[in-house]
Design a protein around this ligand. Sequence first.
Ligand code: PEP
Ligand code: MN
Length: 359
Amino acid sequence: MSLEGLQPLVEGAGVAGSPLVMAGPCSAETEEQTLSTARQLAMGGVKVFRAGIWKPRTKPGGFEGIGKEGLQWLKRVKEETGMLVATEVAMRRHVEEALEAGVDILWIGARTSANPFAVQEIADALKDSGADVAVLVKNPVNPDLELWIGALERLYNAGIRRLGAIHRGFSFYGKSIYRNPPQWHIPIELHRRLPELPIVVDPSHMGGRRELIAPLCQQALDMKFTGLMIESHCTPDEAWSDKNQQVTPESLRIILSSLVLRNAEQDTESLQQLRQQIDRVDTELLDLYNRRMEISREIGKYKKEHSMPVVQESRYDDLIKSRVASAVQMGMSADFMKTVLQAIHEESVRQQIEILNKN
Ligand code: PEP
Ligand code: MN
């Protein structure tokens, strides 16, 4: 797919290295909370206000959004502060009601973009409306780039030209410092496949904790993503949803002002030299891996001739222990070395089994 003819999400925003910032509460809760948050954000220079009106919650019983009534509050935010307003849509009715209320930017949430029927319904509603509205597609909860691109394609095919993606990290099962680990290689690959598509990073849903917002914002800028979508609430500790990850407008202002914008126009000559060194080291590494595999295949032949099992636990354990200890001494992490060795070992075993099965 190619995305010819895309228009900017917001006129003049996200240019010259300064990110497009969208901020606001996870949910619009009351008129007062919505307007008070919006006024403070506007004073801090934020140009796009976000607030969830319909909230798809993982489990029933949580606050599922204020609904249609909240759209009138967004209208007031626009009138009073001049900010553009953005909200999440998950079905045709949401699209129709949001457009009717003059919402400028719609986004499709992570739980919805994982469902092609829902995305198509939204795309059809947008096509029927003929509105020139900006639409952002959050990555699906599961790390599936094709599903993400598929959702973007449905909107593009429906005539949406102010189109963008939001990277909010991916669900996982287990322990992590992140609520939704970023898996940066996925949005980087999205950018490689669709270079003209703006990508906004959402550190709030990625980190799930206030203290992770600033470092994740900086990482997003360092990787040259187009913008940031950050949850901000006038009284975060009292928020009705996602309270651990929301920051006050004042904290947000401090976070934004401490971000370092990287200058794309900088001289890159010394960087190029370092990259050439990396290329050379990688070539050496490939060569070493290949030599290691050759030896491993020799061992495979020996094991076959002597009817020995391919995997020998004690040898494997000793190997991991000694290499990990050396790596740690050199300043690398034990986890990193274990992952590398496990991958190498798996490939060795695969190659030896191939030899074993050969006549
Ligand atoms: C949100 O932006 O408040 C939201 C529900 O996010 P996500 O779809 O990324 O979980
Ligand atoms: Mn939220």
